[in-house]
Design a protein around this ligand. Structure first.
Ligand SMILES: [Fe+2]
Length: 257
């Protein structure tokens, strides 16, 4: 698997991601999510999922690919939980909402990217630090920023969705310990949703890392390319088949501008 997604693949992944909105949401939440994705379209499409190549998906389009992977994994994992005897206390909408937004903070704030290309070629080549954190942003955890951005667009969530989104990193995040390691029965999680999200995120991250290892085995690390402009991807969209970006966005946003 290549570390560089083609323009066609970037577009295909974006279409798949925003296709979840009409598929799993309705009413006010669908409208507000549509507006939010319209706002972030140009930046989110090219965002990486991490800054270091040995983490996962540290390349343009890596974020969207990761979100799709987590969403599809979580939907499958939820079915497995059910097959193995769990009583579902979740819906597919709950799962897709949390999967789509657990890493939303990695897109940055309302105006600026969270990850910026690392200007140091030495660090890119020798340490795999492909992206740097944008030092202009206020410090926030990825999860805090995800919740902040959803709030900015007035996107509501249930208490169980908040907990699942908050706990997707599981015990990899120190702040989650009190939620996940309670010895008081009444403080234990009342839904399996956070576990499903964590399993899907961890599995996807590990597989993405494996794919990267295979793709670079025996090859020198390539420096990251220059970010393409919106006009480039739009021209590809026009040359692609009917299910292109402009058509899908036209359907989603036509009466909301
Ligand atoms: Fe993630």
């Amino acid at each position: 698997m290549s570390l560089e997604l083609s323009a066609e693949k970037l577009l295909e992944n974006w279409n798949k991601l925003i296709g979840y909105i009409p598929q799993y949401f309705e009413g006010e939440r669908k409208e507000k999510l549509t507006k939010m994705y319209e706002h972030f379209q140009d930046r989110m499409m090219y965002a990486p999922a991490s800054g270091r190549e040995h983490y996962h998906n540290a390349f343009p389009g890596g974020y969207v690919m990761h979100i799709i992977n987590v969403t599809e994994s979580c939907l499958k994992i939820a079915k497995l939980w059910e097959e193995m005897g769990a009583t579902p206390d979740w819906t597919e909408e709950n799962i897709v909402f949390c999967a789509m937004h657990h890493d939303l903070g990695k897109v940055g704030d309302m105006e600026q990217d969270y990850y910026v290309p690392n200007p140091s070629e030495w660090h890119r080549i020798n340490q795999g630090k492909i992206y740097d954190f944008n030092k202009n942003l206020n410090y926030m955890t990825v999860t805090d920023r995800a919740c902040y951005l959803l709030m900015k667009f007035g996107v509501d969530m249930t208490e169980q969705e908040y907990l699942a989104l908050r706990l997707t990193d599981g015990l990899y995040e120190d702040g989650n310990k009190s939620y996940l390691m309670s010895y008081m029965p009444e403080y234990g999680l009342k839904s399996s949703l956070p576990h499903i999200l964590h399993q899907g995120d961890m599995m996807s991250t590990k597989i993405e890392n494996e794919q990267w290892k295979r793709s670079v085995a025996g090859k020198p690390t390539k420096p990251i390319g220059v970010k393409k402009k919106k006009t480039d991807i739009k021209s590809v969209a026009k040359n692609a088949d009917g299910s292109n970006l402009e058509d899908l966005f036209g359907d989603l946003f036509k009466d909301k501008k």
